[in-house]
Every structure is written in C-alpha cells, then in structure tokens.
Design a protein around this ligand. Structure first.
Ligand code: AMP
Length: 216
C-alpha cells in the first residue's frame, strides 16, 4: 500500500477520502491545516503567529509547516500515511523529498484531486468540521451530513464552520492553490509519481479509483 500525497484545491473532498482510507487501511492522516488549527485552538505561540494569516486565506511560512510535518512524521512510526495539504509550495516539495530520503521512504504517490472552482466553492460553503478529530461533513450533501445536527459521528464533539470557509477567503485560497500547485504537479509528473482523479463524481466512485492507485 502506497503512502499518499494529496494535491487538492480547498474543499475537493480530501478530508472525506482520508477518513475512508484511515478506516479501511489504517492510514495515519497528516494534515498541516489540522495541525495549524490545533495550534490556534490551544493558543500556542505558533497558533498566535498564524491565526490571521490563515483567516486571510494566505499561506503560512514554509519553516513553520515543515517543522510541524517533520515532528508528525517521526511520531507515526511504520504506519502508511496520507499527507493532506502538504506540500503547498515548491520549497515544501523539495523539503519533503529530503525527509523521504533521510527516512528511506520510497513507496509513495501524489494524487491530484481535480475539481472546478464553482463545485469546490459550493462544497466549502456547506462544510462543517470537527475541531477535535478533524472529521468533515457537508450540509449540502445528504450522504455527508452528520447523523445528529452539529455533532461529530466519530467522536461526539461539536461541529463548527471553519472561519476561512467564507466566499472571499475561499476564492483567495483556490487561486493561491492553482498558482502554487502547478510547479508541484510538474515536479511529481517528472518523477512519474502523479495520478489525477476527477472528484466531481460521488464519494464511493472516487474512493474506488483511489484504491486502484494505492494498490497498484
Ligand atoms: P487546509 O485545511 O489544508 O485547507 O489549510 C488551511 C490553511 O492552513 C491554509 O489556507 C493555509 O493558510 C494553512 N496551511 C495548511 N497547510 C499549509 C502548508 N503546507 N503551507 C502553508 N500554509 C498551510
């Protein structure tokens, strides 16, 4: 089973797919967005320094996210892992390659989740997230609604709308993603380590396609 690097615009459904992969295959889910939101929730020094950057839909500095990711990678041991939201810049892709070389990690694939801006925006505006376990739901999709209003199916905590899931911040994040991701996509394409998946289909079909890729 391959380790996964998800390259996905905001609200492409990488959170949902990551949960399915965790349940079925025991993947560790490493989301730099979740790590940063946890830092903000715990009011740590990093949290205070990144709060307004995240709310504006801008990117946090490479140094901060690289440090957070390095720490998390070291903690998961031999589990297969999903990188969600990292790398977001070419520099982060190079840093990741170095981390992989240092830890003899060779079995991985970058998966590009392909979605147009309008569909992604609709998803973002309906999204609610569990701040405790990171599970995401969508109010506009009957299959992705929580069973009980505003309560996480997984851990029973309260669900919240992310403060950066508004129209203005979303547009900024989508544009930033497209601009920054082109060189990263090319980087993995050149290594023959890139697969693209159309994520405007239903959740089960997308999951099957991802399963084919990781078991190939
Ligand atoms: P996400 O949950 O992946 O959509 O991330 C939410 C926000 O966290 C992003 O809009 C960025 O402000 C910040 N962020 C997450 N991952 C990274 C990263 N790899 N590099 C820089 N900023 C990040």
């Amino acid at each position: 089973m391959k380790n996964i690097i998800f390259l996905a615009p905001p609200a492409a459904g990488k959170g949902t797919q990551s949960s399915l992969l965790q349940e079925k295959y025991g993947y560790a889910h490493l989301s730099t967005g979740d790590m940063l939101r946890e830092a903000i929730a715990s009011d740590s020094q990093i949290g205070r320094s990144v709060k307004s950057i995240i709310e504006q839909g801008l990117l946090v500095s490479d140094d901060i996210v690289i440090t957070l990711l390095k720490d998390s990678l070291q903690k998961i041991g031999d589990k297969p892992f999903i990188l969600d939201g990292f790398p977001r810049t070419y520099n982060q892709a190079i840093a990741l390659n170095n981390m992989f070389n240092e830890n003899n990690i060779e079995n991985y694939i970058a998966i590009y989740l392909d979605i147009d801006e309008e569909s992604a925006m609709k998803r973002a505006l309906g999204r609610i997230t569990c701040l405790k376990c990171g599970n995401t739901y969508n109010l506009y999709d009957d299959k992705l609604k929580p069973k009980q209003d505003n309560i996480c199916d997984k851990c029973g905590s309260l669900l919240e709308k992310r403060s950066d899931d508004n129209e203005e911040s979303f547009k900024k994040r989508f544009a930033t993603f497209i601009e920054n991701t082109k060189p990263i996509v090319k980087y993995y394409e050149d290594k023959y380590l890139l697969e693209s998946v159309d994520v405007t289909m239903d959740t089960e079909t997308i999951f099957k396609r991802i399963e084919e890729i990781i078991n190939d």
